[in-house]
Design a protein around this ligand. Structure first.
Ligand SMILES: C[S@@+](CC[C@H](N)C(=O)[O-])C[C@H]1O[C@@H](n2cnc3c(N)ncnc32)[C@H](O)[C@@H]1O
Length: 214
């Protein structure tokens, strides 16, 4: 029963899934705002938000006049994101579709920024996902990750036990993420400041890093 409920965090479905993505927009807001604030997002950026959930990050970045694409493997999440961003979708600033992080429906160096909020711990084959994200980023582009579930460098778990016990979730340490991102082809990785010590936030850069956000 509990496991079935928690499955909705990994892939929201049905009524419970719709309720949860609405709550996530609210619960993850501080992390999303903190990270987007440090990325110096401008109207010239072209952004991809992976695992977009209820669309809060898309709305924040599209509100800066930026063109934003969103993908999520859950139909419920995509529907919720489309509803939250309906005006920006109508005027062509936002596009959202169902897709898995491992099979991104984009080719070539398309984006200046890729974001992943509270989602990578659910991804299969994270190394290959990172390699593909590197592939769709333009030179000078950045990939930002924000997590409330992560591992300390000594293996301590920074995630409520109820999630670890009831979800297929893989927690990474900052060091492990850094190593995977560099192996995937990124040139450098920086820590970003989260809204509290509960968050682990990093940005990886393709090419030369000018500012934390560019
Ligand atoms: C905990 S929610 C976070 C949603 C949103 N990013 C936020 O911060 O509010 C995780 C989201 O990632 C999506 N997700 C999980 N694994 C995914 C994958 N492999 N590819 C695409 N989306 C995925 C889920 O469907 C869900 O909408």
């Amino acid at each position: 029963m509990l496991k079935k409920l928690f499955t909705n965090f990994r892939k929201p479905t049905g009524f419970t899934g719709r309720l949860l993505v609405g709550m996530m927009n609210w619960a993850h807001g501080p992390g999303i705002r903190a990270v987007v604030g440090q990325l110096a997002v401008t109207p010239d950026d072209i952004v991809l938000d992976i695992g977009c959930g209820g669309g809060a990050a898309i709305a924040l970045m599209a509100g800066k006049g930026t063109k934003v694409h969103g993908v999520d493997h859950s139909v419920v999440s995509v529907e919720k994101s489309l509803a939250k961003n309906r005006v920006a979708v109508r005027n062509g600033r936002v596009a959202i579709q169902v897709a898995d992080a491992l099979r991104l429906p984009f080719s070539g160096e398309t984006f200046t920024l890729v974001t992943a909020f509270e989602t990578i711990y659910f991804w299969e084959n994270i190394q290959e996902c990172f390699r593909r994200i590197h592939g769709v980023l333009r030179l000078g582009g950045r990939f930002a990750i924000a997590l409330e579930g992560w591992k300390g460098e000594n293996g301590e778990i920074n995630c409520p036990k109820v999630f670890v016990d009831n979800l297929p979730i893989t927690l990474y340490s900052e060091g492990e993420l850094r190593e995977s991102l560099l192996t995937a082809g990124f040139d450098s990785v920086s820590s970003l400041k989260g809204p509290s010590r509960k968050w682990l936030c990093v940005a990886a850069f393709k090419g030369r890093q000018n500012t934390p956000g560019k």
